[in-house]
Write a protein that binds this ligand. Structure first.
Ligand code: SF4
Length: 160
């Protein structure tokens, strides 16, 4: 069962525009300087049962201005298959999904479940948080090693 550490229905910091961000529980990267250690536990927060899915959809439906859904954590890629299944049940704003992961794009390509989740997404921010590369001036990234990957119209991925 997938657990959800938290939900921000109107985030202005996690992607372009106002988005709904779901924090998926579970992360084994254990980056030095991580600000969300409580989300490392795969059973932190609430189980994603039918009631919670219904609640998420009700809240999303109230907000026609949302420009996307953000998958954060934790690291959604540790629960890639379950997150992919969750996405099938959620009303995705603007058909736009962003995903934050400590795995590199190249590592995601080596795993069928992770690749499947990536195929649901339009944007991937990849790489672990590296304290010595921390840069608060960067949009959507905590450290300069992380990359913003965008899927093109033909399904090809490129980073900024
Ligand atoms: S990947 Fe993210 S949640 Fe996981 S330890 Fe690193 S900074 Fe924390």
């Amino acid at each position: 069962m997938l657990y959800i550490s938290g939900i921000n229905y109107e985030s202005i910091a996690d992607a372009e525009g106002v988005v709904c961000t779901i924090f998926i529980s579970g992360c084994k990267h254990h980056c030095k300087g991580c600000h969300s250690k409580d989300t490392w536990d795969f059973k932190n927060g609430k189980p994603l049962d039918d009631d919670l899915i219904k609640q998420i959809n009700t809240e999303i439906d109230k907000r026609s201005f949302l420009s996307g859904l953000v998958l954060s954590g934790g690291d959604p890629m540790y629960s890639a298959r379950e997150v992919h299944e969750m996405i099938q049940k959620i009303h995705i704003p603007n058909n736009n999904i962003w995903c934050y992961s400590g795995f590199l794009f190249e590592e995601i390509q080596q795993d069928e479940d992770k690749k499947l989740l990536l195929s649901d997404c339009n944007v991937l921010i990849d790489g672990q948080f590296e304290l010595d590369k921390r840069d608060v001036s960067l949009n959507f990234r905590g450290s300069s090693n992380q990359r913003i990957w965008r899927k093109g119209i033909k399904g090809e991925w490129n980073y900024d």
